[in-house]
Ligand binder design. Sequence first.
Ligand code: UDP
Length: 361
Amino acid sequence: MFYVLFNCKMPAILVTGGAGYVGSHTVMAMLEKSDFEYEIVVVDNLSNAYRAKGEKKPVALLRIEEMTGKTIQFYEVDIRDKQGLSNVFGKHDVQCVIHFAALKAVGESVEKPLEYCQANITGTCTLFEVMRDHSVYNLIYSSSCTVYGEPEKLPLDENHPTGRGISSPYGRTKYFCEEIMKDLCASDPKWKIISLRYFNPVGAHPSGRIGEDPNGIPNNLMPFIAQVAVGRLPELKVFGTDYPTIDGTGVRDYIHVVDLADGHVKALQLFHRNGFSGFCPINLGTGTGYSVYQVISAFEKASNRPIPFVPSPRRAGDLAANWAEPAAASQLLAWNATRSLAQMCGDVWRWQSGNPNGYRE
Ligand code: UDP
């Protein structure tokens, strides 16, 4: 009302890739907060999000609007399109950018390294240029524990070296972007950059109305299991049963996407803290690792369905195990993951069984 009466723009948060999996859950988490005082502006090229024919917005955003009763500003723009991005910044009073937009399929990145450089590095640099042109210096970056490469010790904390032994072009794009952000912060103290290093995001919003909707056959464990459970895929291949882990299968730190989304909302508050500037990497994980067999068993319980699986050779580039030291997030953001593996599986099952074809009818 104030903004309308005085004909000024409402402060906005610009979310690139806001129609995707983690992006849409973060938009939801922000809008679910009753005291949230920003307009949400989503920029997405729809490369991995579905918009129904004749609609202006992707289904995920329409469902969030329906659930929250709030409006999302949506622009179909590719982050490599400098003019397109600049137009969006010109229309809104952007205070902060949360940058999710990226290609993220590890295997595909080996086949198409240039496409990954283009989307993830060129796109990110273009976004930074536009931010600088519009004097926007607050950024939350969607990073990954893959920047740590082969772990030298577990759990992984933020002081663990990055960039060594990263096994995919995708992982390297995340690492290179972090290095670019460090250089940016060194060049100008106005930059405030929080790089959130995600462990393995899984789960879905408890409403069952938004969730992960991968293109084609899923590469990741949880969506693959979910599609086996719902009958879209016949069986799961367990990649590697001879790792030096509790039962021989790979161990990962799975984190509920709603916890992850809350981490972004908490991170927004860091920009207001006195003296905060520069590049700040923060792990978002639970601190606990689960094996593939433990995940299968938790999913069978949650869905009450058997998950047929076949032990198979290791997948190239896979680590035996990794999990986070989440203490920095707890100290800096007052954030801890609270949702259990059982909740992760239960929420995935609600989403997958209610939307067997994802967002497509
Ligand atoms: N995994 C598996 N079968 C699959 C997909 C994944 O056994 O079809 C295993 C994989 O080897 C790893 C774990 O599940 O140990 C998590 O894999 P995901 O691709 O989800 O995450 P990332 O390997 O990138 O951490």
